[in-house]
Design a protein around this ligand. Structure first.
Ligand SMILES: *[C@@H]1O[C@H](CO)[C@@H](O)[C@H](O)[C@H]1NC(C)=O
Ligand SMILES: *[C@@H]1O[C@H](CO)[C@@H](O)[C@H](O)[C@H]1NC(C)=O
Length: 145
């Protein structure tokens, strides 16, 4: 697994473009590492795309407001199921975490812009961690990321 740390600047620009309300305490979410799958990509008309959008739209609230800084769940059925996981960093406030997840989950920016079409994406930012996949990884330990 190759983490593309060197793409930090690209992400930073994307997040900059996606975040117009970045004046909240804690500042801009900073990407530490991310990984986008490159095989079996979904297209905009796939059910997977719709399920992913639905999962991401609810992720900040589900993670921060409903589950105390941790979330895992799924949206959809069969091959179009999207499994998602999010975590708040303990070093930042929940408000900063929510901003981080909101930016990373944005339908106009964030991971959907950085990894367009990728079914399996992991990202670590300062204030939050985010992962989604078309496979159920909840019981699979992932080392190195
Ligand atoms: C799948 O999407 C990623 C971007 O997320 C891209 O880098 C990769 O080239 C795509 N793969 C194919 C086969 O189109
Ligand atoms: C998803 O990506 C992670 C990180 O690269 C990798 O460890 C995992 O095997 C991938 N899972 C699938 C189902 O592709």
């Amino acid at each position: 697994m190759a983490l593309r740390n060197s793409s930090f600047h690209l992400l930073f620009l994307c997040i900059l473009a996606a975040t117009t309300r970045a004046s909240d305490a804690g500042g801009m979410p900073q990407l530490q590492a991310f990984d986008c799958s490159t095989a079996d990509n979904y297209t905009a008309t796939d059910a997977y795309a719709a399920n992913l959008k639905q999962l991401l739209a609810a992720l900040p609230t589900n993670t921060v407001s409903k589950n105390g800084g941790f979330f895992n769940g799924r949206v959809g059925q069969g091959a179009a199921t999207v499994y998602g996981l999010a975590l708040c960093s303990v070093d930042f406030s929940r408000s900063d975490c929510k901003d981080c997840l909101t930016t990373a989950s944005s339908s106009s920016g964030g991971l959907l812009k950085i990894c367009p079409g990728s079914v399996n994406v992991s990202a670590i930012l300062d204030q939050c961690l985010l992962r989604y996949s078309n496979r159920n990884f909840f019981r699979t330990a992932q080392t190195g990321m």
